[in-house]
Design a protein around this ligand. Sequence first.
Ligand code: PMP
Length: 393
Amino acid sequence: MNEVLQRRLTARREQSRYRSRRVLESAQGARLRVDGREMLQFCSNDYLGLANHPKLVAAMQGASAVMGVGGGASHLVCGHSALHHQLEERLAKITGRERALLFSTGYMANLGTVTALLGKGDHILEDRLNHASLLDAGLLSGARFQRFQHNDMADLERRLQKLPVEGNRLIVVDAVFSMDGDMAPLAELAALAQKYGAWLMADDAHGFGVLGESGAGSAEFFGLNQQQLPVLMGTLGKGLGSFGAFVAGSEELIETLIQFARPYIYTTAMPPAVAAATIAGCDLLADESWRRSHLQDLIGYFRQRAESLNLPLMPSPTAIQPLLIGDEQTAMAISAQLEARGILVSAIRPPTVPVGSSRLRITLSASHSQADVDELLTALSDVLAEVLGATDC
Ligand code: PMP
């Protein structure tokens, strides 16, 4: 076995696609200690800087002192605690939906929801840049699976027109695309879904907590109610600073998931103390709304300065600000040189993104200061000039 595996690993290395991990020795924040060295990071999804917030930490400590550590069992056996229940009610209220259901991770929420809603004889239409968990979910569902061109409503409409009348239809998108940072045109998608009798699902992993006046995410940003966007998924390990995920929607949707979503039914509930920390995170969406406005200011500042430095920005209005590089080797070289200067930025390569579109995925957070962003921009401008040649950047 090992020889076969070794050949695959060698091929991966030769393609500059080998993935490796760093060992983190500090809590999340703008600065991390990694392998004994302090680094300024622009690669975490802790967009509001809540992952190490004293109120979340205290909530988790307080709850674990009373409720212990382990979830103990699945939600349907004896793992569904009052804290989980309270968090679900809170998430329903925040998103303006009838109910919400907690999942242990976003990956499982997507897998569970799509496979519970669709089966053989149904149809699923996904944006081709959707997150891997949504693509896996579509394949696993057994429904007829089509991918439409990224954010291309004409392509989606052509496909909807050609669908047979039989079977349910589900359109699925990332509300904020995780590797590009741009947003799906949710209002147009909702109109198309209505016109062609399709259901609409949005994965708001990168919008929930961050976008919208109150932090309720992309649905709030576009003003879409439950009828227009019936299946809303959000994660809790990014903007909310904790862990886990939820799906929000109608009574019937949530009951269907409880009955049929296998990644919900057959897994241990998240620790109740994690739910308590997440509730504290929900409080902070209102109590520390300055985090969202500070983040917005940083995004505007980064884009304006990056543009004046001729950095290869992509059209993203969100905290995900990738720089398009092209080939894997160059993206890796730039990331390595930034690391040598004490700055962590991930190089994202195929198969996560299409061949030829390797990029630096820069993520901004409310935990950054403007001086942190200045430090990044100076390093980027130097390193890109060195690696790509002064005229290209
Ligand atoms: N959807 C999207 C768009 C994501 O970016 C991610 C995580 N990177 C997930 C789902 C999975 O969420 P989790 O990390 O909670 O499994």
